[in-house]
Design a protein around this ligand. Structure first.
Ligand code: LLP
Length: 435
């Protein structure tokens, strides 16, 4: 059951009720109601402190292991957030030429710390990444390896590469975000990998430097990560025996969080377990471990702030209609994802009601919560949809010709606009009118 009237303290997040009676929801030192007034809604708000804390947490959990973080840009690709992370020595996991360009603009020095993943890299994307001198390409098929070799030959370079192997490990998560089984499109089978590494080692234009694995996303259990890495570690040992020595093991991303306020969740305990599973699987590997977290670093650092437009009743159902919609945050519609929703002003006297929280988009799938017990809301109230920092803005769209939300970064008592709200001019800029 949801906490109907939110508690004063929201666990594991830098969003807390503040003020004399602890009724005003704030991100760090800044009231969200105030941000909603200044910047309008829907509005993404992120806590810089929360992001830094998660990076430090990672580095502490992996202390003593030679490791590097390559933040997965797809989780949240805002330039200022990328810059903040690069400033802490974090590199990037990219999946497109567009993400390469974002990394370049956020921090040039981060280019050397980039791993390039994805099953469909184009020749142009490979060329751009070769020119940028990235750390390595995570190659996902024999055909891709051939193209990479051809592009490197053309540019008279040697492409540093890893094979992304498919460890055939089951990770309990939503089927749309599970990737580590043979039935998925990702990676090459372990059995096929050996032959490909031998071929790469003979090539004048390929340089096998690593191996990578990624089994899925929102995985809240350390065991499958350990199993996958164990299989990878065995392959690394076999290859070393043949003289193919890999310096990098890239363990991918995928560590989950708890989206439920009522679930006790301590991120550092989960991270410790994850790190422990990794250490055991790595054994005496003397290279560097690369990690590609996305969600774990950024999800809980962000909230989507919206305003209630209407409360309407249809028969026995009550709908709270907000000015944010599925185009702003599609996770509930796409993955049946749960996001906690809390009012910007906490009023312990409010009655609880069971409602659907929905957006204005013309789709029945446009909802944030269904049959959820919430404190009573009226038109004009503000709400925060929590844990929306990852795969929120980055998966947003202009569906229904809705300009995308603005984004604000809070650091202590400072708040900075890091993306302005889109205008209709932005939306129409690429279109031509038929004459
Ligand atoms: N590395 C690779 C190769 C990936 O494919 C992904 C995510 C990551 C790292 C980062 O995973 P994370 O640490 O964030 O779990 N849109 C979905 C999640 C899709 C994940 C795609 N790949 C969601 O909103 O739940």
């Amino acid at each position: 059951m949801n906490p109907v009237i939110p508690a004063r303290k929201i666990p594991a997040r830098n969003f807390q009720y503040r003020g004399k009676q602890e009724t005003d929801l704030a991100c760090e030192g800044v009231s969200l109601a105030r941000l909603a007034r200044v910047y309008g809604t829907p509005l993404y708000v992120y806590s810089a402190t929360a992001i830094r804390e998660r990076v430090q947490m990672f580095n502490e959990a992996f202390a003593g292991v030679r490791h590097a973080l390559c933040y997965s840009i797809k989780a949240n690709s805002n330039l200022s957030i990328l810059r903040l992370l690069a400033g802490m020595g974090v590199g990037f996991d990219i999946v497109s030429g567009g993400e390469l360009e974002r990394a370049r603009r956020a921090a040039k020095k981060s280019l050397r710390r980039i791993v390039f993943s994805g099953v469909g890299k184009t020749a142009a994307e490979m060329d751009a990444a070769l020119a940028a001198d990235i750390l390595m390409f995570n190659v996902e098929s024999a055909a891709e390896m051939e193209l990479l070799e051809a592009r490197a030959r053309h540019l008279r370079q040697r492409a540093p590469m890893a094979l992304r192997v498919n460890p055939d490990v089951f990770a309990e998560t939503h089927p749309y975000i599970s990737t580590g089984l043979h039935e998925h499109k990702f990676g090459v089978a372990m059995a096929e990998a050996r032959a490909l590494y031998r071929r790469a080692a003979r090539s004048k234009h390929l340089l096998p430097v690593g191996i990578s694995v990624h089994i899925g996303s929102q995985i809240q259990n350390a065991a499958p990560f350990g199993q996958a890495l164990q299989r990878v570690r065995e392959l690394v040992a076999d290859l070393a025996a043949e003289g193919i020595r890999l310096q990098y093991i890239d363990a991918g991303g995928g560590l989950g969080i708890s989206y439920k306020l009522e679930e006790p969740f301590d991120p550092s305990t989960l991270l410790e377990r994850y790190a422990h599973a990794m250490r055991s699987a790595l054994g005496d590997f003397d290279g560097e471990l690369l990690l590609e977290p996305g969600r774990f670093l950024i999800a809980q650092a962000g909230a989507l702030v919206a305003q209630v437009l209407y409360v309407k009743k249809n028969g026995s159902k009550t709908f709270v209609v907000t000015d944010a919609g599925m185009n702003d945050l599609i996770r509930p519609a796409l993955y049946q994802a749960h996001h906690a929703i809390v009012p910007l002003r906490r009023n312990p006297k409010n009655q609880a009601t069971v409602v659907d929280v929905v957006g204005p988009v013309c789709e029945s799938g446009d909802f944030f919560a269904r049959d959820r017990a919430m404190p009573e809301l009226v038109a004009g109230d503000g709400v925060a949809i929590l844990d929306a920092g990852a795969y929120g803005m980055s998966l947003s769209s202009n569906y229904n010709s809705r300009p995308r939300a603005a984004e604000v970064l809070v650091d202590g008592s400072r708040h900075t606009l890091i993306r302005r709200r889109e205008t209709m001019r932005d939306l129409l800029a690429a279109e031509m009118l038929l004459r």
